[in-house]
Design a protein. Structure first.
Length: 256
């Protein structure tokens, strides 16, 4: 028996001044869904997959996408993508779900994945603490990130630059503060903890040093949009790891 934990960050509210980020609410769910459907998790016998969803950004995005206000109707649609975002929300309703979170819960259930919603970064560490000793086989992350840490939700500063509030961050510095989790990890496994986010190499290195398990992350930017583009790399997660962005190669780095 083992526990494979996947922490899933969320999108920010879409801003027309920042077309590079979060045109779609599905950026961090679709790759994980495809990987599960295509058996790309390399799931081990008796291993339970957990999706820990950071729910606040999905709640906020649903409220923003699902209703076009009178004010928004007077704005330039091509700039703000109101109709595209509203169509995405309507598609969820057509599938019988009441929100983005409800849809993710349904996907998890269909794939036999254990769903857990969290509302603060601290709940991530609490969840790991709740698991049995030597039961965690690996931890993955999918979402926004920076050299500082994992950005579970995105916001923008007054120059429309992507940022995150401290309340939505799992900082690299938090890893060593939770070093008492060491006995929760299965140190005999060859499976790798992977942090799918921009500039996560430092996070992975600290994870490896603190918990003594193989870990991997990107030294540079990664692009989740590559899962929707033609590629000779069939494995969508490997595609994210290896496909160059406008800023060069992701330089995916593994620490063993």
């Amino acid at each position: 028996m083992g526990n494979f934990i996947i922490l899933i960050g969320g999108p920010g509210l879409f801003k027309g001044c920042d077309k590079a980020h979060d045109q779609s609410w599905t950026n961090y769910i679709v790759p994980l869904q495809l990987a599960a459907t295509k058996n790309l998790y390399n799931k081990q016998p008796g291993e339970t997959v957990h999706w820990l969803l950071y729910e606040p950004p999905y709640k906020n995005r649903w409220l923003d996408d699902s209703v076009i206000s009178k004010k928004e109707k007077n704005e330039v649609d091509g700039y703000h993508l109101h109709s595209i975002r509203k169509a995405a929300a309507d598609k969820i309703l057509a599938k019988g779900a009441s929100s983005y979170i409800a849809r993710i819960q349904a996907i998890a259930g269909t794939l036999g994945i254990k769903y857990k919603g969290i509302n603060t970064p601290a709940e991530f560490w609490t969840y790991l603490h709740s698991l049995g000793n030597r039961s965690i086989t690996r931890v993955w992350y999918s979402g926004h990130a920076s050299e500082k840490g994992l950005m579970l939700a995105l916001t923008h500063n007054n120059r429309c630059q992507a940022a995150a509030f401290d309340r939505d961050m799992i900082n690299v510095s938090a890893i060593s503060k939770n070093r008492n989790l060491q006995n929760k990890f299965n140190k005999t496994t060859s499976l790798i903890s992977k942090f799918y986010g921009c500039y996560t190499e430092g996070f992975a290195k600290n994870w490896n040093t603190t918990f003594g398990v193989s870990s991997a992350g990107a030294m540079q930017k990664i692009d989740f949009g590559v899962v929707d583009r033609a590629s000779n790399i069939v494995n969508v997660m490997e595609r994210i790891e290896k496909t160059p962005t406008s800023q060069g190669n992701p330089d995916w780095t593994v620490y063993k």
